[in-house]
Design a protein around this ligand. Structure first.
Ligand SMILES: [Zn+2]
Length: 257
């Protein structure tokens, strides 16, 4: 077990409608931990309190923002804040879908990792912070037997057309080496070049991504492919259906099978 979590209760939650079987990792995408925690615990957030690159400048200061939360926040020093008890549904994933189900919040534990994200130059994640995320995941796995390395995803996986967090700098490989996420192993396979778009849609769907089997590289398929690359091939997240990506899709589906 880690040292005790720091209690910063948020009123932004309601009842789960389904058992827990997923963990969603986020970056906060804000200036600092205190601003993020203030936003995640605010029962009536307004635009003027949270200025930043995510909103246009002509927005009225008293314009209501949506109420959001997460179960945990992990700051840069590795301090873990508990906002919502795991038993309740926190509001972190928004419109999202995984394995064919739309209400990701109902089934997920949400962890917000303090990092400015794409709006603030995509800073690197501190080692102490990642150590804390790994320890927190291990603690959660102990509390919920249905959770394990295969059940940890990024926000961009469940909302590829809207979200890019925790981002291509997040060290998924380090999490996998610590046993709390997956990483593809080499799989001996032959790529069949006949119907690449259909194959990619089948594999993305088997992994959990929300893609329709249209047989064409449509926008939602491409967005899911970018999300996949952010996690498993962060050196090139162009969404191109290149050979390395196609091999990795087979390998990840294989790890999850
Ligand atoms: Zn997020």
């Amino acid at each position: 077990m880690t040292e005790a979590y720091i209690n910063r209760p948020s009123p932004n939650f309601d009842a789960r409608t389904r058992p827990i079987d997923l963990i969603v990792l986020h970056y906060t995408g804000m200036q600092d931990a205190e601003t993020a925690i203030a936003r995640l615990t605010d029962p009536a957030p307004v635009a003027g309190k949270y200025p930043g690159p995510w909103q246009s400048e002509d927005v009225l200061p008293d314009a209501a923002l949506s109420r959001v939360s997460a179960h945990y926040v992990v700051d840069e020093a590795g301090k873990i804040y508990s906002l919502v008890p795991e038993e309740h549904r926190a509001w972190h994933a928004g419109a999202s879908s995984w394995e064919g189900e739309g209400d990701v919040n109902a089934r997920a534990i949400g962890i917000e990792i303090v990092n400015g994200g794409h709006d603030f130059g995509l800073p690197a994640f501190a080692d102490a912070q990642i150590d804390a995320v790994i320890q927190l995941l291990k603690d959660i796995f102990e509390r919920w037997p249905e959770l394990n390395a295969k059940r940890v995803v990024g926000h961009s996986d469940v909302a590829p057309e809207r979200k890019a967090d925790p981002g291509e700098k997040f060290p998924w490989k380090r999490l996998a080496d610590a046993g709390v996420s997956i990483w593809p192993e080499h799989v001996a396979t032959q790529l069949d070049g006949d119907d690449i778009a259909s194959d990619i849609q089948l594999q993305l769907g088997a992994i959990g991504y929300d893609v329709k089997q249209t047989g064409a590289m449509d926008n939602s398929t491409k967005a899911a492919l970018v999300a996949f690359q952010r996690r498993f091939r962060p050196s090139d997240i162009s969404g191109s259906a290149d050979e390395e990506t196609r091999f990795l899709l087979v390998a990840v589906a294989h790890v999850l099978a």
